[in-house]
Every structure is written in C-alpha cells, then in structure tokens.
Ligand binder design. Sequence first.
Ligand SMILES: Nc1ncnc2c1ncn2[C@@H]1O[C@H](COP(=O)(O)OP(=O)(O)OP(=O)(O)O)[C@@H](O)[C@H]1O
Length: 272
Amino acid sequence: MLTATDLTCRFGPRTAVDRVSFALDRPMFLGVIGRSGAGKSTLLRMLNRLTDATSGEVQFKGTDILRLTGRAKRDWQGRCAMIFQQFNLVPRLDVASNVLHGTLSRRSTLATMFNLWPETDIARALDILDRLGIADQAPKRAEALSGGQQQRVAIARALMQDPAIILADEPIASLDPMNAQLVMDTLRRIHDEDGRTVIANLHTLDTARRYCDRVIGMRDGRVVFDGTPDQLTTGAAREIYGADASFSEKATSTTLDGLPPDTAYASTMLET
Ligand SMILES: Nc1ncnc2c1ncn2[C@@H]1O[C@H](COP(=O)(O)OP(=O)(O)OP(=O)(O)O)[C@@H](O)[C@H]1O
C-alpha cells in the first residue's frame, strides 16, 4: 500500500533522514519515535511532499509519489493530510470556517475570497465536528478553544479532505496528559472506524505502546527499530534514545502527574 525505499533527506552536510525503508501492506496506526533531531518530522514531511527528498522512493498504491507535480502533487497532499503540534489553525477565524479550509485545494480563489462555501461542505464540516464531540464549538473563534479542542479542530479539517493517510507530527506534544489522551483516542478511533492509516510522531514510549499497531524507532536519521509495541522493550528503547544504563522508562512517559519533579524535568529534556 505505502512503501518508502531508501528515503533520504540532506540539508547541506547534515543527513536528517538516512536511507529509511518501510512498507505498510494494510491501513494501520504507525508510531514513529526517537529523540529530538532524529529525523521524525522530516520523514513525515517527505511523505507529504512538504519537504523534497534528496533520494529514495515513496510508492502509494502503485503511484510514484516523489515524481508528482502540480495538481497531482496537491491531490496527494489532500489524500495524505497532515496535522501539527501547534495545530496551525487560523486563530481569529471561527471553528467551522477553519474546518472548511480543509477543502481549499479543490476550491476556486474567488469562492475562497468571498468565503463562499457550498452547503454540502458546511453540513459535512458540522457532521465531522459532531463526530469529534465539538460541534457546539463551531461558531467560536479557534483561539478561544483549549489546546485539545484546537487539535480536534485540526483533525476535523484534515478529515474534510477524506484522506487515506493522516500524518500527525507530534500531535500531543503541546497538550496536558488528559487532552493528549483525548486527541490520541480520536486518532485511534478514526483509524478503527474509517480504516485510514495514521502515522504519528510521538515523543513518549507509553503513548506508542498504547495506541500503535507498529512502531518505528529512529536515531540519527536511521531506523533502528521496527516492530510491534510488545517488542518495544526497555533495551530496544535504550537503542532508540541512545540512553545509557541509567535510562529510565518513566523519563519518556506522558503521565507526569505521579512523578517526582526531577523525573518530570528529565522527561521534558527528552521531549524537547
Ligand atoms: N529545513 C531544515 N534545514 C536545515 N536542517 C534541518 C531542517 N529541518 C530539519 N533539519 C535538521 O534535520 C535534523 C532532523 O530534524 P527533524 O525535525 O526531522 O527531527 P525530529 O526527530 O522531528 O526532531 P523534533 O522532535 O525536535 O522535531 C535535525 O538535525 C534538524 O536540525
């Protein structure tokens, strides 16, 4: 279905992603973990064509993704929607309009300028918001919502494109544990109910273990782990995070509440 072969990205002398290969033979929930700078965001951005690969190949259902240009490239970016850590909403715009912006790639400039949305699109946007439990927020400005609500609006905007794949670049890194869980539950539900593939960059092991069918671990641009959550042992985590024998599982946990302050601090250091 989706195959990456020897995917590489160099920024000058720096190799951000180094010959990464993986194949998804069916829709799944894939987690990508690794410490800061491991190349996770660059990998996702290459899949979506936001960043140009230096070499390698990406195939989706027989299409050579890295060769797409113009309209075909924009269509791919719709089928492979991306959500970001900082939500990337228009803060002063109402929630419903933010969601409707998910259809921008197939609208005329004139219709966009005059904020003219077809009724069918408006009804669909409201249905999606309802499904994600935030329909009552539709008239509010995006900036008035909590972080967890804003991320669900971003997911709703992605769903407007009816994507086959959702790429989530650290979707919960700015959220408190409760909102992080809400957002991860939402992404998992979208995979389970719609059969969409979700590929999520995650900072924490416990989240990867809990939500993913498969986990890829990156270190210095390379894949150093590719397996199921069960195979993600403390030893495997050490290999991914490059930590020494003092490596603590708790230091990559999102559940900071029960941890002593210094452990929570260590977690923050690993995560940023
Ligand atoms: N546009 C760019 N120009 C130059 N270097 C870049 C660019 N984007 C990323 N890099 C470098 O590539 C490497 C991988 O970065 P990337 O953001 O993909 O890592 P990451 O694992 O997603 O890290 P983080 O969790 O901090 O976002 C880093 O060394 C980063 O500094």
